[in-house]
Design a protein around this ligand. Sequence first.
Ligand code: SF4
Length: 369
Amino acid sequence: MKKTGTYNIRGNQCGKEKILLALLPFWTPLIPPQGISRIKGFLRKYGYRVKTVDVNLEDDFRKLYDKYFNTLRQYIPEHKRGNFYNIGNDVWREHMMAHINYEDEKKYFQLVKILVYKVFYCNLDDARVLELEYFVTEFYSKMEYYFLNLLDKEKPDVLGISVYRDTLPASLFAFKLAKKRYPRIKTIMGGGIFISQLSPNSPNFNFFREKTERFIDKIIIGEGELPFLKFLQGRLPESQRVFTKHDVNGETLGFTPVDMFDFSDFNPNHYSYLAAQGSSSCPNQCSFCNVTSFYGEFKKKNPRQTVEEMIELFQKYGTQLFYMLDALVNEVVFDIAEEFIKSGVSLYWDGYFRVDDACSRENALLWRR
Ligand code: SF4
């Protein structure tokens, strides 16, 4: 008999799944997670129960990260350290990734030595690799304990993880763990990694798809809200694994009104900044960059709306510092500055900026006001 009405992913009519959305380490917690807060706000309007978690706020993981870097630092002569915490991140991330994939310990140790050599031009012996290895093992052991407790407590039907380059190893580990322990949980991956290292145009993407087939059920590329909703409603083909805006007739939600973010699971005092956005995509068309192909044509938000939303957030949470999510703020900086002057409210905001507009005293004075 043909089904009518709205069905969920389990084939039950109108049942509402519990959804757990997470951001895993390591992502510097400067602003409350935007992507998962926006999806939460959107899905809650449709009656779904959603829990959002930022695992980066867990002190234990951060401490291990610090210990790893403090140890690695001792092995690298000062003149070779360079921008140590920046380039050292490549070693840490790739070491974390190698740890969850290795089969032969000897080759694995060799690989860690190569990673360190490629970044710092230093040779490590086995004893030093073993010391670094201790922190990585400890990280995954704590992550296993933490994540299984989380799954046990939240009992989600769907697990969604928003993934970026530096959160990929921990995210893959969590997906594998969830699927192994609770095969019934549907796992969905999205996030900014799909506009960079795992862009669908990159050779990495197909390799990644094959390697993760057993533990990542669905991949959402681009704005996640509408495909996620359609998936939950059972309106996307079960046999398809990768979804984009083409699966929702090219529709996007566009600029997010400030009340659409649901930050209720986060304490804004744990973050240095709040976030705001004055435009989407980028007016430039650099051929090597995925921003325009991912976010489509450049669009500016009404600057008054941008400023009103920032003031609303400031009044609600008391944070005066804002981080702008625009690809570049050059196109909006003048209008927003004018609107702030009219509003009489003082806030501080930071973002990516092409420096040529700054070569003018008048511009700098306007922004300062
Ligand atoms: S200016 Fe930056 S964000 Fe814009 S298209 Fe070029 S590289 Fe991408």
